[in-house]
Design a protein around this ligand. Structure first.
Ligand code: TRP
Length: 410
């Protein structure tokens, strides 16, 4: 039997890596002709951005700097020719999106959309199965997420909102992609490792284990060439890049099929919840976009502060207070230092008052729009159905191409 794919764990570095890396350099060179339709099946690879590929995990020092530099180059290329890019981003439908999502990623998606980039917004519903049964609230959560997207300004006329469980060809790509990575490589993914550590291997589902590979299918099925990420997610994208290169290397070395996607590193500050912990709705420390003004006031009132009277912005030594200051600054589009100076000796009570008003003011148009779209579930379903159809069309083409390249078309 011939086995010329990626060697299994252990042999990996010695025999495989340099060859695969060498291939990746070619893979980023545009070699295919551009489809002439207005919405290309595949966007043209980002040609002029020739910085070296973003390095893999651990994301430390120089590789993070390289990723930053590359992202700056990509931003310039986007402004120059947004039509060359297709962005894929998404969220798990685990409940209402909150201000952490808004400032961390949603506003950036709207910005890219408004620049003319084609944006694919993934509702990663299968990912809710990684650690639990699908909850009965899933249909409502998914439609709620569609409402959140529309409320912040994702425009379904320009962006496709879709749920990956509905895109059959996307999921079928998981099988060939699984053949391109070793168990050891997947096991090195920081998220998988963390889950493994937390749950103990015995209770981790195999779906959880393969989740970075599924994520590669999410990205590659539609030939997205740009994936906005926070720095903690760089390793995920690195596995997607590896899979794209290996596919090309194995099945079409002379004419690489998959574009190796780039990370677009977000410079959004990391927002914590109102208790100074990671923001998540299950902790009750998040301000949902859909929350009422009263709920917002309630969550802010319960926020953690510290016992120093004067409000300052010192993220290292006063993380909880600084986080509230930061959140107010984002709402008010000013600097955290400015907010801190304004509150000064007013103390925690004045800060909370200011923050509540800033949040409710900033979220008012979003909430109004959300109420409007949420009142019409038929419309939300139609938006999702249209997005699914768009995604399915892209996925069908990709799967058909992949089958031809893999000699599995009979
Ligand atoms: N893992 C992401 C989250 O938890 C969601 C997601 C799934 C995703 N597939 C993706 C994000 C592909 C970007 C690209 O929010």
């Amino acid at each position: 039997m011939r086995f010329d794919g990626p060697p299994l764990a252990g042999q990996f570095r010695v025999t495989g890596w340099s060859r695969l890396e060498a291939c990746s350099q070619e893979a980023t060179v545009p070699t295919r002709t551009v489809p002439t339709s207005t919405v290309p099946a595949r966007p043209v690879p980002a040609g002029p951005v020739t910085a070296s590929p973003v390095a893999a995990s651990p994301v430390a020092g120089s590789s993070l700097k390289a990723a930053r530099q590359r992202s700056a180059g990509l931003e310039a290329a986007i402004r120059e020719d947004p039509g060359r890019f297709r962005v894929l981003t998404g969220d798990r439908p685990t409940g209402p999106l909150h201000v952490g999502h808004l400032f961390g990623t949603l506003l950036n998606r709207v910005r890219l959309q408004d620049l003319g980039v084609e944006v694919m917004v993934l509702i990663a519903d299968y990912q809710t199965l990684t650690d639990r049964d699908a909850p009965g609230t899933l249909p409502a959560d998914v439609l709620g997420q569609v409402a959140d997207y529309l409320a912040v300004g994702i425009d379904p006329a320009r962006a496709a909102i879709f749920a990956h469980s509905q895109i059959e060809p996307l999921n079928q790509l998981l099988i060939p992609f699984l053949s391109l990575v070793s168990v050891a490589e997947v096991g090195r993914n920081p998220t998988v490792k963390e889950e493994f550590g937390a749950a103990g291997g015995s209770s981790m589902s195999a779906l959880m284990f393969t989740y970075p590979v599924h994520q590669a299918a999410d990205i590659l099925f539609c030939h997205a060439n740009l994936v906005p990420v926070g720095q903690d997610q760089l390793p995920h994208l690195e596995l997607t890049r590896t899979i794209a290169r290996r596919f090309n290397d194995r099945y079409c070395p002379a004419d690489p099929y998959f574009t190796v996607p780039d990370a677009l590193l977000s410079d959004a500050p990391l927002l914590l919840g109102t208790d100074g912990q990671k923001m998540s709705k299950s902790r009750g420390n998040a301000i949902a976009l859909a929350a009422s003004e009263d709920e917002t006031a309630r969550v802010v009132r319960a926020a953690r502060t510290d016992d120093r009277r004067t409000i300052t912005y010192e993220p290292e030594s006063r993380p909880a207070v600084s986080n509230l200051v930061q959140l107010a600054a984002l709402c008010l589009e000013t600097s955290p230092e400015q907010v801190a100076a304004e509150v000064g000796d007013g103390g925690a009570a004045a800060l909370k008052q200011l923050l509540t008003e800033a949040l409710n003011e900033r979220l008012r148009p979003i909430r109004a729009r959300r109420r409007e779209v949420a009142a019409d579930p038929g419309y939300l379903r139609q938006v999702l159905a249209d997005g699914n159809e768009r995604a399915r069309a892209l996925g069908r083409q990709t799967l058909s191409d992949v089958q031809a390249l893999m000699h599995t078309r009979y």
